[in-house]
Design a protein. Structure first.
Length: 241
């Protein structure tokens, strides 16, 4: 397991990020000044009560959304203020997303679902390698309906990593899964982070999952209220669900 506390250069840096949804009386302040640095190859778990701003933060890091104020940098490139076109290219070239629901195409096999992405990526890995990395070498020609929820999520992870993204942003990837299948999904994410060095941010409501990460960030009411490193990490199989 990779040592924690190493001073790797940042992959992300944010300064005073705020995000307000809506206007006037109905306005909701989802983020209230987030200053955050994420290191290359780091695995971070984001915790916090429902509505604390986790998804809003992840969406801004992934350039799916923009801050109301503040700045966000990916390496030495500023995302805040970039054009829509530049953000679309940024997402395509650098970011892998994994959501709670897998959004696989039912009429395509696991291999074909992954191949859809590799066909448009600059330097993709073969779909077979991506599926092998998530432990699905033996299920490549199955259709989503022939796979368990956890296996479908692992296909979604294979799809996300096949373009060799620099960062993997995961919003409740195990939210719909029981412990046995959830563990396999976490094992796939830990293996990708370890073997490919993909910086990974993972939102979860399951506090037991925090112990698999290098670092844990807790949000409350749009602010970071805790930011700590795990001195030791546990394997996904040891997570109490
Ligand atoms: N599109 C939107 N329009 C208006 N308000 C929104 C929108 N998206 C999120 N919010 C509000 O912003 C706040 C933060 O939401 P966010 O989804 O980031 O929280 P979260 O911590 O991810 O919550 P959960 O754990 O329930 O997914 C909440 O009060 C939410 O209701």
């Amino acid at each position: 397991m990779q040592a924690t506390g190493t001073a790797a250069p940042p992959v992300y840096r944010t300064q005073g990020l705020t995000r307000i949804y809506g206007q006037g009386d109905g306005a909701v302040q989802a983020l209230r000044g987030i200053d955050l640095t994420l290191a290359e190859a780091e695995m971070v778990v984001l915790l916090g009560a429902s509505g604390s701003g986790k998804s809003t933060l992840l969406n801004i890091l992934g350039a799916l959304d923009r801050p109301t104020s503040g700045r966000v940098f990916f390496r030495d490139r500023e995302l805040s203020g970039a054009s829509e076109r530049a953000l679309t290219a940024f997402r395509r070239d650098h970011v892998g997303f994994v959501f709670q629901f897998y959004n696989l195409i039912p009429a395509l096999t696991a291999r074909e679902n992954v191949a859809l992405v590799t066909e448009i990526a600059h330097r993709p890995m073969p779909p077979e390698e991506a599926l092998d990395r998530v432990g699905l070498a033996h299920r490549m020609d199955h259709f989503p309906a022939q796979l368990s929820g956890g296996e479908q999520q692992r296909v979604a992870i294979a799809r996300a990593i096949a373009k060799r993204p620099d960062v993997l942003l995961c919003d409740e990837p195990t939210g719909a899964l029981d412990s046995q299948t959830g563990v396999k999904v976490l094992e796939a994410l830990v293996a990708v982070n370890r073997d490919l060095g993909t910086a990974t941010a993972l939102i979860t409501h399951n506090v037991g999952i925090q112990a698999i990460a290098h670092r844990v960030i807790v949000l409350a009411d749009g602010r970071i209220v805790e930011d700590r490193r795990n001195a030791t990490r546990i394997a996904p199989a040891q997570v109490t669900w």
